[in-house]
Ligand binder design. Structure first.
Ligand SMILES: *[C@@H]1O[C@H](CO)[C@@H](O)[C@H](O)[C@H]1NC(C)=O
Ligand SMILES: *[C@@H]1O[C@H](CO)[C@@H](O)[C@H](O)[C@H]1NC(C)=O
Ligand SMILES: *[C@@H]1O[C@H](CO)[C@@H](O)[C@H](O)[C@H]1NC(C)=O
Ligand SMILES: *[C@@H]1O[C@H](CO)[C@@H](O)[C@H](O)[C@H]1NC(C)=O
Ligand SMILES: *[C@@H]1O[C@H](CO)[C@@H](O)[C@H](O)[C@H]1NC(C)=O
Ligand SMILES: *[C@@H]1O[C@H](CO)[C@@H](O)[C@H](O)[C@H]1NC(C)=O
Ligand SMILES: *[C@@H]1O[C@H](CO)[C@@H](O)[C@H](O)[C@H]1NC(C)=O
Length: 497
């Protein structure tokens, strides 16, 4: 598969089928405080339950999907008699999205209610393990969804890369969405939350059939439910949720990845869903941070070591500051997530060693690297620049190009600036450029099927640039050395300056 950069999503989905499925009255409510006893959970994709009861939907593998559903369908049949014929429901769950590296993760979790638990045709990335490219937008997929989405996907008209959306339609285009915030009574204002902060958060979804209103409320997990919902969306679900429905979660990663977890979940059709005492829920695995464990030392040697260390660190600090020095200006603050630190790039490329060199040309040198905290493979292009002038516009242009998302375009992940130098960070393409295969001996020559795939990939990338993105972008230098090949030999156009 070729690659796309997006981040996190979270959805609740309601879907319909007519198959007559048995259901039991008591299945109209349930609560999972952790999932270790959850025999009535149906897992799909790479989802798994940790021994401590933590439900993990996806891990750090790219382009994966994972799902977990309550095994027994709920009957949403209003024509049948019985206390639970109402479509009203209330559900809440505690989730955590732990990105591969801070502020950079994807694609998302979905809480879903569907007529089927079969997601074999669903795709990863922006399709959230729920749809695929061909059935997103198809009539007949009656869906009610709440998405928690931290990736800006223009094809589904996302508002930003950190929002909650209500999808009451046949596709993943939200009818209403809002930047992820919660209302603080104490402070009398909305407080922003970062979905991929890695911290547990709780989401409440309440649908009232009489009011025809769905309320969605978000808060950090340690807080009780805020008084004001984040979204209060008028919608009539009577044509959407009919008959037996399954409830659960789907989740997906893309080229950027996150661990997606569910810590606890309750669902209720007879009243408010139980909230959680977060301290009793399963714990998340320790954060991926390098921790130096102190060895066994005597106090004296500790003190001696400390004195020596302080001296060395002091000296090293001054040297390192110079070594990793970069230029940061105030206007760059808004590009925060796209800004890589020089130190990380230096380490990733082993100090820009020659053995890491992927290529060199008029534009500068390109190095291969691996961000050690996340194992993300990158290509770093070093471009020299002298003038400060125009830098602001240039960086804005770069960030704007970074928003181009197509599986046949090499993703620009971000940048870094130093004196006299600009560093551009791209996804790493393992197979190098096409010209190497066409002109150099020693490599296996490409068969016609592969050639066709490469040509199609390039054409598809160009069509996107020319006609499908919000602005028309002209590549102006399409040649074999600017076509990169991913692991499966899909052609990817490299953007030029
Ligand atoms: C993710 O889970 C799958 C299935 O359990 C496993 O094969 C894969 O190695 C895992 N990836 C990572 C990065 O842990
Ligand atoms: C998309 O999903 C539908 C089922 O919902 C399936 O019939 C179809 O083959 C899938 N398409 C692709 C390209 O996977
Ligand atoms: C998605 O659903 C919305 C609302 O139902 C509809 O207006 C829009 O046309 C649909 N988009 C696609 C691609 O089908
Ligand atoms: C949704 O929120 C509104 C505004 O706070 C409130 O009036 C209404 O009762 C809520 N409905 C449900 C189903 O929670
Ligand atoms: C808080 O957010 C809600 C929902 O997005 C919005 O309706 C409201 O106007 C915001 N309130 C303030 C004080 O910003
Ligand atoms: C709803 O229930 C009625 C009566 O029990 C039954 O005839 C009908 O087929 C059911 N409809 C669905 C969609 O399950
Ligand atoms: C469902 O609501 C009823 C009535 O408020 C309450 O007694 C019950 O504990 C709730 N169950 C769950 C699982 O939330």
């Amino acid at each position: 598969m070729a690659t796309v950069l997006r981040s996190l999503y979270c959805l609740i989905i309601l879907y319909v089928s007519n198959s007559p499925l048995a259901f039991s009255q008591k299945e109209n409510q349930f609560a999972y405080h952790g999932f270790s006893q959850a025999n009535d959970l149906h897992l799909g994709g790479i989802a798994e339950i940790h021994p401590n009861g933590l439900l993990q939907l996806t891990n750090l593998s790219k382009q994966q999907v994972g799902s977990a559903f309550h095994r027994f369908p709920l009957n949403f049949n209003t024509t049948s008699s019985g206390a639970t014929s109402s479509l009203s429901f209330s559900t809440t769950f505690v989730f955590a999205m732990v990105p591969q590296e801070p502020h950079n993760g994807g694609h998302g979790i979905a809480f879903a209610i569907t007529p089927s638990m079969d997601f074999t045709h669903a795709e990863a990335a922006q399709y959230l393990g729920l749809f695929n490219n061909s059935n997103d937008g198809l009539d007949g997929h009656r869906i009610f969804a709440i998405e928690l989405d931290s990736v800006l996907s223009l094809d589904v008209k996302d508002i930003d890369d950190n929002h909650v959306g209500v999808d009451v339609n046949y596709n993943l285009t939200s009818i209403q969405s809002a930047h992820a915030t919660y209302f603080s009574e104490k402070e009398g204002r909305n407080i922003s939350l970062e979905l991929i902060s890695g911290n547990p958060m709780q989401l409440w979804i309440d649908y009232d059939e009489a009011e025809k209103l769905v309320n969605v409320t978000l808060a950090p997990a340690r807080m009780s439910k805020p008084n004001r919902p984040l979204l209060s969306t008028p919608t009539d679900l009577s044509q959407i949720i009919l008959g037996p429905m399954y409830v659960g979660f789907t989740s997906a990663t893309g080229t950027v990845v996150s661990d997606h977890y569910i810590l606890g979940w309750s669902f209720n059709r007879s009243g408010q869903a139980q909230s959680f005492d977060v301290s009793s829920l399963p714990r998340l695995p320790p954060r991926r941070e390098r921790k130096e464990k102190p060895g066994v030392m005597t106090i004296i040697s500790l003190i001696a070591a400390a004195v020596v260390l302080v001296t060395i660190i002091g000296a090293a600090y001054i040297i390192r500051r110079k070594k990793y020095e970069e230029i940061r200006e105030d206007w760059e603050r808004e590009y925060g997530p796209h800004r890589f630190s020089y130190k990380n790039l230096y380490k990733a490329t082993k100090g820009f060693k020659d053995e890491q060199l992927l290529g060199a040309g008029g534009f500068g040198k390109v190095y291969r690297g691996v961000i050690s905290s996340s194992n993300l493979q990158i290509a770093v292009k070093k471009v020299s620049h002298d003038s400060k002038q125009g830098m602001k516009e240039f960086v804005a242009e770069i960030i704007s190009l970074g928003r181009l998302r197509h599986r046949n375009l090499v993703q620009l992940l971000g940048y870094c600036r130093r004196r006299g130098e600009l560093l551009l960070v791209y996804d790493y393409m393992p197979n190098g450029s096409l010209d190497k295969f066409l002109y150099s001996n020693g490599r296996p020559s490409l068969d016609w099927l592969t050639r066709f795939r490469i040509i199609r990939g390039v054409a598809s990338g160009l069509l996107y640039l020319h006609e499908e993105w919000e602005q028309v972008v002209l590549h102006r230098d399409i040649k074999a050395s600017n076509v990169l090949l991913d692991a499966e030999f899909n052609g990817l156009a490299r953007l030029c300056e």
